[in-house]
Design a protein around this ligand. Sequence first.
Ligand code: ADP
Ligand code: MG
Length: 352
Amino acid sequence: MAALGEFDQKFGDEAMSEASHERLIGEAPCWLQVLEEISQIAPLDKPVLLAGERGTGKEQVAARLHYLSNRWEGIFLKMNCAAITESLLESELFGHEAGAFTGASRTHHGRFERADGGTLFLDELASTSSLVQEKLLRVIEYGEFERVGGPRALTTDVRLVAATNQDLPTLAETGRFRLDLLDRLAFDVITLPPLRERGEDIQLLAEHFAVNMATELGRDLFPGFTAEAMETLIGHDWLGNVRELKNVVERAVYRSGSEEQVSAITLDPFASPYRLGIVQAGVKGASPPAQSVPAFPMDLKEQVQEFETRLIQEALKESRYNQRRAAELLGLTYHQLRGYLRKYDLVGTEAQ
Ligand SMILES: Nc1ncnc2c1ncn2[C@@H]1O[C@H](COP(=O)(O)OP(=O)(O)O)[C@@H](O)[C@H]1O
Ligand SMILES: [Mg+2]
């Protein structure tokens, strides 16, 4: 039990912090549409699915759904389904009885029990196992569940808000997500637009984050961005969406003086001539740069092909499109490299 207790403190995600119901900024038509959908669906007790790329505001929208609902005085709990193993997730969600497994010395009340009368936000729903999905389906349909190792069915009254950055219908088609659960969750799906589709909101959001940051730094005012800085912000494609914009803006504000307009924007905080991986790439036998944790489920073959293609293109660039030299850089014979170029249809690459 000690381990779980510790886990609770670390990832325990108790009632949400202040930040989670701060204002939702944005005036782009597609964003206003989302706000409208939120107001409409909030008072219903039905489950809601939030779909959207990372950083589009799913967690904040979930909090808004709670505070606009009739449960606003109840608790708002969250759980990131990708953060832990399957069995730990089961016990975090549904609880466990004393003695359910080694180390389970006391009864543990899961999120569904503790969120009774409130809202439970399940982030990264796509990474749940089939077993957890089955238990979720039952709790949505009948409000019933069992603690791990518990013989009794318990009841709870929880409004479920789930989030995903994957396309669940596609996962369901290929058997990686339960269709019946998807059907139940799909009572209403709110799809959050990526920031690049909300061009006019970039400036609003940037100014909002900048003012907050200046306040946090104890500055009296925020002198604004230079025109070029704003152009850089508007022109970027923001694959990390609002979260990425927030980081970029906050960094730019604290690095600039309190009196001057913000002019320097660093889009990639890792950019450095000494960047790990790039420096090491030239060292014989160096391990490949650390990759971020992949988003499962994935298509392994496709990922490997993409990786191979990228390395080959890099080697070609490095060797100025001299294929013999590129082959050497990759530890391949010339004929092996030719084989790869044909396989990945890169034969024209030398002309680029
Ligand atoms: N419309 C918005 N207005 C203000 N802040 C936002 C907005 N959307 C997202 N944010 C902020 O951006 C960050 C990422 O949002 P979050 O809800 O965690 O995204 P997701 O859950 O989709 O990854 C958070 O700091 C959040 O407060
Ligand atoms: Mg999130």
